[in-house]
Ligand binder design. Sequence first.
Ligand code: HEC
Ligand code: HEC
Length: 202
Amino acid sequence: MKRIFLFVLSALALGIPALASANVDALMQECNGCHGDNGVSQSSDVPTIAGLAEFVHVDALFIYQDEARPCAESEYRQGDTSRPATSMCAIAAELSEDDIDALAAAYAALPYVKAKQDFDADKAAAGKDLHDQHCDRCHSEEGTNPDDEAGMLGGQQMGYLRDTFAAYADGSREQPGKMQEKLEALSADDVEALVHYYGSVQ
Ligand code: HEC
Ligand code: HEC
């Protein structure tokens, strides 16, 4: 029921008649209402999902279905912004496995576009040292290599990265054990330096 409702809403937004089954383009319009055109975010608290490795994207949506990761209530940023606020957990709950596979494949095929953001050059330099020492092994090419299957860090929205570090620190988002060792060794200043470093990748 809800899923059909979601589709009818996106179909209305597109000005096309509702079809019997949802298709990936209509679903993507829905996603882009927050994630930006072609999945390239214009909002600091929303990640860019264009170019995200397919495996990481599928995994993230299943984790949201299990409500095993924080999913804040969020307003729509573009299109029909009078739609009621919703969350990634509520959105993922409406998706079938086929929808998830199709969405992840479609966004993986879109080019990753680094965000233009203000950053502090001194903090970014300190962050680069930390990254090269502790993170590059799994997050290569400034954290922009989708083949690492470890998310997109360089050029990612800084607000989203800050929220993510906070979720890892308070345990509300699960992380790989070997990464946890690295993150637990960081001070609050180190984390902020890393956020500025990833923001400086443009
Ligand atoms: C109402 C706004 C909104 C809509 C609509 C939305 N998202 Fe999100 N999405 C967010 C926010 C905000 C986050 C950041 C984490 C959080 O708070 O849940 C996020 C996070 C994500 C992530 C995690 C990225 C990562 O690197 O781990 C994925 C994947 C994602 N969304 C995919 C989608 C897909 C696919 C759709 C459409 C079916 C969609 N989103 C629709 C707001 C939205
Ligand atoms: C042993 C490999 C490994 C190391 C070392 C590592 N990471 Fe990760 N990281 C991963 C993997 C795998 C993921 C994806 C897991 C997931 O999505 O739950 C990830 C995800 C992330 C994310 C979330 C990305 C997103 O899209 O939401 C951030 C932020 C992050 N890592 C930062 C760091 C930082 C900063 C360091 C260094 C201090 C680091 N990682 C070191 C493997 C690693």
